[in-house]
Design a protein around this ligand. Structure first.
Ligand code: APR
Length: 314
């Protein structure tokens, strides 16, 4: 039987996820949004490319959650972007309401989906989706590290004028200013970049990675990145559905790993058919550990805000 992948939010990221998922023939796709007509129009447009791109996935656009029934994977991209002058807490409160509602609607019709969250603030939204869905920790995951590492890989390959394919990177921590790119675990054909570049070069690339999202926003003026984010989500879908057991940085629930419990945090995981099959604990220097703890404190504060919101609404 074909797999069913539901994408909630037919905006920029959601549409890219739907498109790449269909192009790769990973399963049938349901695109759902609150705006009437948009998911239907985009789904039809995508379906009409099937004979050209050669895929036979069925693509459905809808505003009705009954079409999401029995999804294998649900990608949540629904939300609003941060507006100029808006505080992160205000954004958190608005998107928390959306992500809570979406998760409840999904769980009424799919008993054991694998949920990938994209909506921001990411670490808080994926925590919320886990809490509301009551799914086991290995079935709820946030997309951040794959994207942040892809950006770091890109900047390394541009700096060294070498193939992107040979570059691997590791970025841990929360998805935001406090993320922790790890140069010691970032390699070109197995050689750490600490052996290939000066500290000044590395520092510049680390900063550019941390500001990767903002750099695109400032260029686009209206909207944020969607091509690399969409491609990152589809790498994760592929790893799960094809049981690839790929090791990639993802936002996962921590249960004592890295010394933290009860938070979602960017760490390397093994992704396969069961979802997060293992959290991999890297050996860190004191400096790396300190940066990671600072990031975890920031994520903990966001999660406390989610808990307070949930308590005030129950
Ligand atoms: N249910 C379903 N869809 C919703 C809901 C809801 N309750 N609320 C908003 N949406 C939809 C919007 O109608 C819009 O089509 O979510 C979509 C979001 O798309 P974009 O605004 O284009 O945002 P995008 O660039 O795709 O980013 C998606 O990723 O980076 C994060 O925080 C960002 O939440 C955003 C997400």
């Amino acid at each position: 039987m074909r797999r069913k992948i539901t994408v909630v939010g037919a905006g920029q990221v959601g549409t890219t996820v739907a498109q790449l998922t269909a192009y790769k023939n990973l399963g049938n796709v349901v695109l759902i949004d609150i705006v009437e007509g948009v998911p239907q129009g985009k789904a039809l447009d995508l379906q009409e490319s099937g004979c050209l791109q050669v895929f036979d996935s069925v693509v459905v656009g809808t505003n009705d959650y009954k079409d999401t029934a029995d999804s294998d994977i649900v990608v949540i991209t629904a939300g609003v972007p941060r507006k100029p002058g808006q505080s992160r807490s205000d954004l958190l409160a608005i998107n928390a309401k959306i992500v809570k509602n979406v998760t409840e609607e999904i769980m009424k019709r799919s008993s054991n989906p694998f949920i990938i969250v994209v909506s921001n603030p990411l670490d808080a939204m994926v925590y919320l989706a886990k809490k509301v869905s009551k799914l086991p920790k290995h079935r709820v995951i946030g997309m951040a590290g794959v994207l942040d590492a892809a950006r770091f890989r890109t900047f390394v390959s541009l700096e060294l004028d070498c193939s992107l394919v040979d570059v691997d990177a590791m970025v841990l921590g929360g998805h935001g200013d406090s993320m922790v790119p790890l140069p010691r675990y970032t390699t070109v054909s197995g050689v750490p970049i600490t052996d290939l570049m000066s500290q000044e070069q590395i520092g510049r690339l680390v900063d550019r990675t941390r500001n990767g999202g903002a750099e695109i926003v400032s260029l686009l003026k209206n909207g944020s990145a969607f091509l690399a984010p969409g491609a990152s989500v589809v790498k994760m879908i592929e790893a799960v559905l094809l049981d690839k057991k790929r090791i990639m940085p993802c936002t996962a629930y921590l249960d004592g790993e890295y010394g933290w419990s009860g938070i979602f945090f960017g760490v390397p995981v093994k992704l396969g058919i069961s979802g997060i099959e293992k959290v991999i604990e890297l050996k860190l220097t004191e400096e790396e550990r300190k940066a990671l703890d600072t990031s975890a404190e920031e994520v903990k504060r966001q999660i406390a805000e989610v808990d307070a919101l949930l308590a005030s609404r129950s």
